[in-house]
Ligand binder design. Structure first.
Ligand SMILES: *[C@@H]1O[C@H](CO)[C@@H](O)[C@H](O)[C@H]1NC(C)=O
Ligand SMILES: *[C@@H]1O[C@H](CO)[C@@H](O)[C@H](O)[C@H]1NC(C)=O
Ligand SMILES: *[C@@H]1O[C@H](CO)[C@@H](O)[C@H](O)[C@H]1NC(C)=O
Ligand SMILES: *[C@@H]1O[C@H](CO)[C@@H](O)[C@H](O)[C@H]1NC(C)=O
Ligand SMILES: *[C@@H]1O[C@H](CO)[C@@H](O)[C@H](O)[C@H]1NC(C)=O
Ligand SMILES: *[C@@H]1O[C@H](CO)[C@@H](O)[C@H](O)[C@H]1NC(C)=O
Ligand SMILES: *[C@@H]1O[C@H](CO)[C@@H](O)[C@H](O)[C@H]1NC(C)=O
Ligand SMILES: *[C@@H]1O[C@H](CO)[C@@H](O)[C@H](O)[C@H]1NC(C)=O
Ligand SMILES: *[C@@H]1O[C@H](CO)[C@@H](O)[C@H](O)[C@H]1NC(C)=O
Ligand SMILES: *[C@@H]1O[C@H](CO)[C@@H](O)[C@H](O)[C@H]1NC(C)=O
Length: 505
């Protein structure tokens, strides 16, 4: 007994006195806590059934004496040593909103690299031995069209399950309804493509009903995008049992006659902030009116829902919206005035509709706006000068309208404040005339400028050399003449220059 105390005291003294303490001083600190042996076995077993073409899990080695809490993608509880989280997502190249239309080669190379590093194979039930796992992310992998394993429903500790974009198809197992601690469930964008004699077949996830959802009362985020929910006649009833829901994504779920009756008398998921119903073909007679009672909505996506008729006045109470996407429909009214009073709106997309009338000068009230897309409508008249007062704007797309204005006038309007931060300006096919003026040089942060298919004449101004961030310039089909100014040489970032069908020397 005495010997142990003396030894411990000596050790302590030694550690305190030494400037570079020997290893045994730190060996038992929390950071050196080792993983549980059974967890380590479970992980190795799990790895054995996965395919890992680029050997991302090299650190998961049976022979190595490295603590499994330090393996790639593994996070342990720093008090108990139990595996808490598995981060096995594959990095998917995300394209800048502004430049995504371009850069095809670069895109392809990045996509190839992504494809080569995905996990696949089988998901072994040894995962069940990770009794404390709260977080499992297998998204952006390719499990080649297998079903979501039923046994996942027995991982009762899970709070976060992300299986999005991972090649799972077939019936979503109702066993998932046993994950009563789940706060986040993402099964979105799962599909598998089969090529049979050049006939492509797509297999999706599907459900017969959504009763199992009621077992997930803590759910805050639910994404079932691209799953076939056309048979789930209980959709709205079941979602109504999720009072904590903040985010609901049902994009491309083959919902046609929307949400069959009975519509619940009260909507209980009124704390919802994000709703995505895009890519469903709702018939115009079955507009999801309950949407308009969701007063806390911050993000609403109703693009590609085959809607015809005026922009619904019912939207006007959703004044908290920051993100509104109504693009790719057949909305045919004018842009309603109440929309301009949405002072929190950052992202507005009304592109590809049949909107009529002029753009009101009240657009200058959208002071939070970062991106405004009104392209491919029937809008007429001038771009209001007040647009230039929107100091946060990074992107404007007014292409495909009948603006009938001089380009120099639009430049002048935007010089207010908007020109400083603007990165993308698309005014193509907008019936513009007149000449490019020196003001062009003041849009110093422009990355992409498209003026194609207009009647712009005269030379390119020398000041274009000041657009040092410019990567994409498209002036196709105008009447621009003269020669390219030497200041073009200053455009060191320029990747794509389209100037065909003009009157250059
Ligand atoms: C344990 O992890 C938590 C969360 O990551 C952290 O806040 C805490 O400081 C850690 N504790 C120790 C002793 O490392
Ligand atoms: C779930 O995975 C998808 C795909 O990797 C990703 O976009 C999404 O952000 C993930 N969710 C969370 C909350 O991390
Ligand atoms: C869900 O859990 C209950 C009780 O824990 C069990 O009786 C039932 O069989 C489980 N259901 C599924 C589908 O796993
Ligand atoms: C919705 O909330 C009301 C009142 O809070 C409650 O009576 C009703 O049972 C709830 N409906 C569902 C489907 O949970
Ligand atoms: C719904 O759209 C169809 C065309 O697809 C149209 O014939 C019909 O009148 C519309 N119904 C309503 C109520 O607007
Ligand atoms: C808008 O579309 C609806 C439905 O297609 C149609 O009944 C109405 O006449 C259209 N209005 C205008 C102004 O084109
Ligand atoms: C909008 O809000 C007002 C006042 O709160 C209310 O009277 C009206 O019925 C609401 N309109 C819709 C479409 O929800
Ligand atoms: C725009 O703002 C001005 C000044 O605050 C206000 O008088 C006007 O009613 C607003 N217009 C719209 C359509 O919200
Ligand atoms: C270029 O076009 C402008 C406007 O049409 C014209 O005034 C000018 O003479 C033309 N210059 C040359 C060099 O063709
Ligand atoms: C760029 O702008 C500065 C003043 O802001 C000016 O002196 C310079 O000549 C411009 N460069 C070009 C190529 O127009």
């Amino acid at each position: 007994m005495m010997r142990i105390i003396i030894a411990a005291t000596l050790t302590l003294l030694l550690c305190l006195l030494t400037i570079h303490p020997p290893n045994f001083c730190t060996a038992h600190s929390n950071s050196e806590l080792r993983c549980i042996e059974s967890d380590r076995h479970a992980l190795l077993n799990f790895k054995q059934h996965l395919t890992d073409p680029s050997n991302r899990l090299a650190s998961w080695a049976a022979a190595s004496d490295v603590d499994c809490c330090h393996w790639v993608g593994v996070v342990c509880d720093n008090r108990t040593g139990h595996v808490l989280r598995l981060h096995l997502r594959t990095h998917f190249p995300v394209y800048d909103e502004i430049t995504r239309l371009y850069d095809e080669d670069q895109r392809e190379a990045q996509y190839e690299a992504y494809s080569r590093s995905r996990f696949g194979g089988k998901i072994n039930p040894s995962l069940l031995d990770l009794k404390h796992l709260i977080y499992l992310d297998l998204s952006y992998n390719d499990f080649g069209g297998i079903q979501i394993p039923k046994f996942l429903g027995s991982m009762g500790s899970l709070r976060y399950l992300n299986l999005s974009h991972a090649g799972f198809v077939g019936l979503i197992p109702h066993q998932l309804g046993n994950l009563s601690n789940l706060q986040y469930l993402n099964l979105g964008d799962n599909f598998h493509e089969n090529n049979n004699n050049n006939n492509y077949y797509y297999y999706l996830l599907y459900v017969k009903n959504l009763q199992w959802l009621s077992g997930l009362p803590l759910l805050q985020h639910l994404d079932l995008s691209s799953a076939d929910l056309s048979k789930a006649s209980d959709l709205l009833q079941e979602i109504n049992k999720l009072p904590s829901l903040l985010e609901l994504r049902l994009s491309g779920c083959l919902l046609s006659v929307f949400i069959p009756p009975p519509i619940p008398s009260s909507i209980n998921f009124s704390s919802l902030t994000t709703l995505d119903l895009s890519y469903n073909s709702f018939e115009n007679t079955s507009i999801p009116f309950w949407v308009f009672g969701l007063h806390n909505l911050v993000s609403l996506d109703l693009s590609w829902i085959q809607f015809q008729g005026p922009i619904l006045v019912h939207l006007q109470n959703l004044t908290s919206l920051r993100h509104l996407d109504l693009s790719y429909n057949a909305f045919n009214s004018s842009i309603p005035n109440w929309l301009y009073s949405f002072s929190h709106l950052e992202y507005l997309n009304l592109g590809i509709n049949n909107l009529q009338g002029t753009i009101s000068s009240a657009i200058g009230n959208l002071t939070s706006a970062i991106s405004i897309d009104l392209s491919s409508n029937e809008l007429e008249g001038k771009v209001p000068r007040s647009l230039g007062n929107l100091c946060n704007l990074r992107k404007i797309n007014l292409a495909g309208n009948k603006l009938s204005q001089e380009i120099s006038e639009i430049f002048e309007s935007l010089l207010g404040c908007a020109s400083n931060g603007l990165e993308s300006l698309d005014l193509s096919n907008a019936q513009l005339s007149g000449q490019l003026t020196a003001e062009l040089g003041q849009f110093k942060n422009l990355v992409s400028l498209s003026l194609r298919y207009n009647s712009i004449s005269g030379p390119i101004p020398w000041s274009i050399g000041n657009l040092s961030s410019l990567r994409f310039l498209d002036l196709v089909n105008n009447q621009i003449n003269g020669t390219l100014p030497q200041s073009f040489g200053l455009l060191s970032k320029l990747e794509s220059l389209d100037i065909d069908s003009n009157m250059f020397k």
